[in-house]
Design a protein around this ligand. Sequence first.
Ligand code: FES
Length: 287
Amino acid sequence: MTDSDKYPVESDRRRFVKGVVGSAALSGVGITSAVTADSLTTPPGAGGGPTQYMGIERVGGPAPRGMPQIPIEIDDDGALRGVWPEVETETTATGQEIQVAETEIAGTTYSTTWYQYCGSQTSPAVEPDSDRDNYFRYSSASNYDWQGEFSGGDKVMVSHFDDYEQFGTGVGDAGLGKPAQATWRSQDLEPRDTLGVQIIRSTAIEEAAQDDEWLSETTAEGFIAYFNSCTHYCCVPGFQMHAGSAGYGAENLSYCNCHQSVYDPFTVLQQQFVALPRPSDTVGGQG
Ligand code: FES
């Protein structure tokens, strides 16, 4: 992709500000007209449909909305994993029984339909009752040099991020957070079915979580995670990953180098989209 394909960054906001996340999330101001248009023009289907979610903010470029957050928990050994809700059976308006995985967190309905876009809706990883390891595991190919000391598939551990308050990738300012590329619920799956995740440990998240019920429940020890699939055309953005991001004011944000979409991983908003149906829940699909 060349610079001639660039889209201007629409905002140079920096929201490393305590309290922004909470007020925005509670008021729902993150729902944009672009997102509404998306919901009106895409038909729902079994196992999908209009979905409200909590996600990082899209701040520039052609992407229509932010990327969905993944609630985190840390086990007794210090390993990070994503929360996967309990599975229940629901009956649709047409009488079809489908399985859903959702739960209430801090007054928000957390559903795994949040991740049903960009082809992931066909992945076994998002099947509600798929019995999978919920641990985050390092990607086998990462753009972050520091991950070279780990093998793809190794568990992401808190102790690997001890230097997060000073860490720098060489792109943007040091000290904003330590990022990693990981996978989720994807062991033994084909690359096309793998769920890619961005993890960041940052003091900005620690501070924001002090005043925000959602973040205090879904982040841990400064770690935030989100499904790292660009909502434009499904490329893989990166936080402080691409040197070229500086040309778009995105060197301290998450930048997608396919068409210059920019996301702020430190601002989480309530948003909405139409989740794509899972093939196994569609009439004629594979059970
Ligand atoms: S900006 Fe087009 S795929 Fe990310």
